[in-house]
Design a protein around this ligand. Structure first.
Ligand code: TRP
Length: 421
């Protein structure tokens, strides 16, 4: 596995959509990522998160990375890190290890699918080693108790497998089943300051939205725990959304400071940003379970039709793609476009003056058609919960072996291992 410069500035291109992981050539601050089509659709939270990325970056790093231009992200003449393309990954998939994950709080929806699941499967199919964490401890950041954590963990496995994750090749595990991962949290906490933790914009935003009287220690420190998720398996690439970039920066800081203090143990992981537009929900806002505007991956065809029919549109019968002024219509166009691998404008042209009803019929058909195999697989797998539990057990066993090895290395580097141990 490499930890060298090529990883710091990776740009991956996939057949339809691409991810970028871009890093300034002169320093290691994150660059701003340009996603034109999602710009207008951003929620306040993600705008704030994006702005925070901009504010941590010195002016010279704020360069747009155009995903449409897959090969050159660095400025001409930039002598810094080399950009690696998907070809680099393709040539040496065994040099990369990817970790990402989700909180088990309910079924995944189409926003998750187009935002990240699809790309995880592409990476897996390229032969990159994949670790997926079911972040059950992280659920406790904004609530007192996790609701049915084991059931939801199995549901996540179900959604992963339905989307194409292969448990023979990918390791799916839960936080809480891997003690050595959690122990890394202690030395890692010693590497960050309270002030740094307090500046994390995503955490600030979550605190503001949690509507709770107090902020728990876990809420304040979970980015460090997330660094343990990433570093226990020495992942070098982390596919995440914009809002997770501050956490990635924490993981990089932890890795760098650990290495400086105790000797080289960890790679500095680079983010892989999804270049798919932020998927809009049925109300024209960001698709999210908590907003009640999501179409679940596992929804059947009738439920999909009902959800699409309930989407907010407008009275103008002439359908145009205008995310700023017609977010509801734009969201539907985008969804159909993703399912049919064409542009939202093309879909709009096809509908012409057919009005919202015609648009909704087209979207329902496009979604149902595209997801038919995924949903068929999902309902077959759902019949055997024991199988899902076995997959998790095997993933947990493998994750434990990896975490034990890393913890031993960490303790040796720190000098806490006695000769007899
Ligand atoms: N914080 C992520 C989310 O809410 C989930 C997560 C937990 C994660 N640990 C991670 C993502 C490590 C990437 C890497 O979606």
């Amino acid at each position: 596995m490499t930890t060298g410069p090529s990883v710091r500035a990776a740009l991956l291109r996939f057949p339809q959509r691409s991810w970028t992981a871009a890093r300034c050539g002169r320093c290691h601050h994150l660059q701003e990522q340009t996603m034109t089509s999602s710009r207008t659709a951003r929620t306040t939270e993600s705008v704030r998160a994006a702005e925070s990325v901009r504010t941590v970056a010195p002016a010279h790093t704020v360069r747009a990375v155009r995903t449409a231009d897959p090969v050159r992200t660095a400025d001409p003449g930039d002598t810094g890190d080399r950009v690696s393309t998907i070809d680099t990954v393709r040539r040496h998939p065994e040099r990369h290890r990817v970790l990402t994950g989700d909180r088990p709080t309910g079924p995944l929806h189409l926003g998750h699918y187009f935002g990240t699941l699809q790309n995880r499967v592409r990476l897996q199919d390229l032969g990159v080693e994949l670790f997926l964490v079911v972040a059950d401890y992280q659920v406790l950041t904004d609530r007192d108790r996790a609701d049915r954590p084991a059931d939801y963990a199995e549901d996540l496995v179900l959604d992963y497998l339905a989307a194409g994750i292969d448990p023979q090749r990918a390791t799916v595990f839960t936080h809480s089943a891997v003690p050595a991962l959690n122990q890394l949290m202690l030395p890692f906490l010693s590497l960050v300051s309270v002030a740094e933790l307090g500046r994390n914009p995503t955490v600030k935003d979550e605190i503001a939205h949690a509507g709770r009287a107090t902020v728990s220690g876990l809420m304040f420190t979970y980015p460090v725990h997330q660094a343990a998720d990433i570093l226990f398996c020495k992942a070098d690439l982390v596919p995440v959304g914009q809002d997770q970039l501050p956490h990635l920066e924490t993981a990089r800081t932890v890795a760098r400071r650990f290495n400086e203090r105790y000797g080289q143990v960890f790679p500095e992981p680079a983010p892989l940003l999804s270049a798919s537009p932020l998927l809009l929900g049925t109300d024209g806002g960001k698709m999210s379970k908590s907003r009640g505007n999501a179409i679940p991956l596992g929804a059947d065809e009738d439920r999909t039709a009902r959800l699409v029919r309930s989407a907010t549109t407008d009275a103008d019968r002439h359908i145009t793609y205008d995310p700023q002024h017609r977010p509801g219509v734009a969201g539907l166009l985008q969804l159909a476009a993703l399912c049919q691998d064409r542009t939202p404008e093309e879909v709009a042209d096809e509908i012409g003056s057919g009005g919202a009803a015609a648009l909704k019929r087209l979207v329902t058909e496009a979604v149902n058609e595209y997801f038919r195999p995924v949903r068929r697989r999902r309902s077959e797998l759902a019949r055997d919960r024991g199988h899902l539990r076995k997959i998790l057990a095997a993933g947990n066993e493998h994750a434990n072996a990896v975490a034990d090895t890393t913890l031993r290395e960490v303790r040796t580097a720190m000098g806490t291992v006695t000769a007899a141990a």
